[in-house]
Write a protein that binds this ligand. Structure first.
Ligand code: DX5
Ligand code: ZN
Length: 217
């Protein structure tokens, strides 16, 4: 799809110099940055929170920050993430006690709203909310770590979503590389997260261009 956007995930980048890594990815042609927040509870790993996002925002004033909130209490971080400069707030359906209220809360802060769906969660869980959100994020790995293999059997979820809503933004996250991006885009995803494939490359620009060429045919 010509309108596919590529958002690198910085999870597997050199986190000791995160700002430079982000700047490098933007210079390499990233359409947006996908920032993975993990709380050690919803997922068995820890990353960073709003204070780090705020520092990144001061270094990168104009880049779109897509916040992937892999946290058990998503309602708890909405204000902080907004104040830190987040553009979107993607919570997981498995973690939301009251999705409708949470969607309202995120919107009231002026952020775009997304709902994430882990591999074992049926897509039916998010169907009631499609009209109220800006994007649905389909996980093609188990959340928690970069560098895992793409789970092909998640494609029917993307296909079903695309069939039910032509205009919906569908984000795919996990195991995207030159071999898997085409199937994800052909299934209907238009926001493509790519972590390891991009950040571990000798030249991220070459990989972003390659990924783009795979979907822009
Ligand atoms: C996993 C994260 C993903 C991941 C993507 O929990 O949500 O964003 O970092 O990285 P790769 O592309 O390496 O699977
Ligand atoms: Zn992610």
């Amino acid at each position: 799809c010509a309108s596919c956007q590529i958002g690198p995930s910085i999870l597997n980048s050199d986190l000791s110099c995160l700002a430079q890594e982000c700047e490098k990815l933007v210079a390499a042609g990233a359409d947006y940055l996908h920032l993975d927040v993990m709380d050690g509870h919803f997922v068995p790993n820890l990353t960073f929170g709003a204070p780090v996002v705020k520092c990144l925002r001061s270094r990168l004033p104009n880049v779109y920050f897509d916040m992937h909130m892999m946290v058990s209490e998503p309602e708890k971080w909405v204000d902080d993430m907004c104040d830190a400069g987040a553009n979107s707030y993607v919570f997981h359906i498995e973690a939301a006690k009251n999705p409708v209220e949470l969607i309202k809360l995120i919107r009231a802060k002026g952020m775009e709203v997304g709902i994430g769906v882990s591999p074992d969660t049926p897509i039916d869980k998010v169907l009631p909310f499609l009209e109220q959100v800006d994007l649905i994020l389909i996980m093609t790995v188990y959340p928690g770590f970069g560098g895992q293999s793409f789970i092909h059997k998640m494609m029917p979820k993307i296909e079903q979503l695309r069939k039910s809503n032509k205009a919906l933004n569908i984000e795919v996250d996990g195991g995207i590389n030159k071999d898997t991006i085409e199937i994800a885009a052909a299934s209907g995803a238009n926001l493509i997260v790519a972590g390891t494939a991009v950040v571990k490359a000798d030249d991220p620009k070459v990989v972003i261009e390659l990924l783009r060429s795979c979907v822009n045919k």
